[in-house]
Design a protein around this ligand. Sequence first.
Ligand code: ACO
Length: 320
Amino acid sequence: MNMRILGTGSYVPERIVTNDDLAQIVETSDEWISTRTGIRERRISQGEGTSFMAAEAAKKALEQSGIKPEELDLILLGTSTPDNCFPSGACEVQGAVGASGAVAFDISAACSGFIFALNTAQAFFESGIYKTALVIGCDVLSKIVDWEDRSTCVLFGDGAGAVVVQAEEGKGFRMVMGSDGSRASSMECPSRTNDNFLTGRKPEAGFTTMDGQEIFRFAVKKVPECAEELLEKNGVDREEIKYFVLHQANYRIVEAIAKRMRLPIERFPMNIDRYGNTSGATIPILLDELNREGKLSRGDKIALAGFGAGLTWGAALLEW
Ligand code: ACO
């Protein structure tokens, strides 16, 4: 079964926080942030939670798709910053959009969350279990970064992106996914509820920590490998791919990947300058922008690839 995107949508908070704004709270500068990462500003939640933002993106994707909420079989939300332990964000989205016939659950794979969710929908399509799905990537990283740690807080932003996908007759593309738990400690955000019964302590806030250079090296090696594997598995030549829509973590990572793949940077669209790293939301937000700017035409082949904490990585091929 092939998977076709019928509609896309995205939502970002209104509040813009520039690099100069951050230089007021930590010792940094616009020059350092923009030259090392490509980020100029990001959107930061002013109280909008993950479920709210995910539902707003979902409503736009549904509207564009022409699919009624009650026609959805499946809702998957890729997030590592859900508002609650339970109910899941996906169930809250289901309630907000009125998708009474769907099954809904979250998928946790950090910045690879959207790719993992999309590939899970594709697997359900292949098996014939479901045929119409809403797939969302949404994170509110501002909830879990330490705003006193300049090495992490300047990198992230908040946002949501969604797609409505449907199974259609035809050969589906093969996917790529992987994880390496032995390197889990290179990027972590510890649980806030550990040992509560045993110690009597109140839940403590744990913030995001990251070995930036290790993640950088991992990304520039793993993403090209993953994209090459995707093309090879599907018998598709790299020249047939119109855009490589990659996780937006750092423009230098995207540039290094383009170079390693010996492809022009123009085929790697970016919007990191405006949103920073929105984790699971970067890929669907970028896809929605390309779609709404009229840059995607029927028949275009698009490769998506992401990486993140876990460590996790994944790629998907789509025909528009
Ligand atoms: N402003 C000014 N100086 C800073 C800042 C800042 N915001 N942050 C760090 N520095 C300093 C450091 O303290 C260090 O100073 P020192 O040399 O005196 O010790 C210096 O800048 C260089 O630091 P590096 O860490 O070596 O900088 P680097 O060039 O590696 O860039 C960066 C850091 C941008 C984090 C890079 O390593 C990177 O992009 N890594 C990938 C991170 C990533 O993609 N994370 C997301 C993973 S996806 C997910 O699952 C959410």
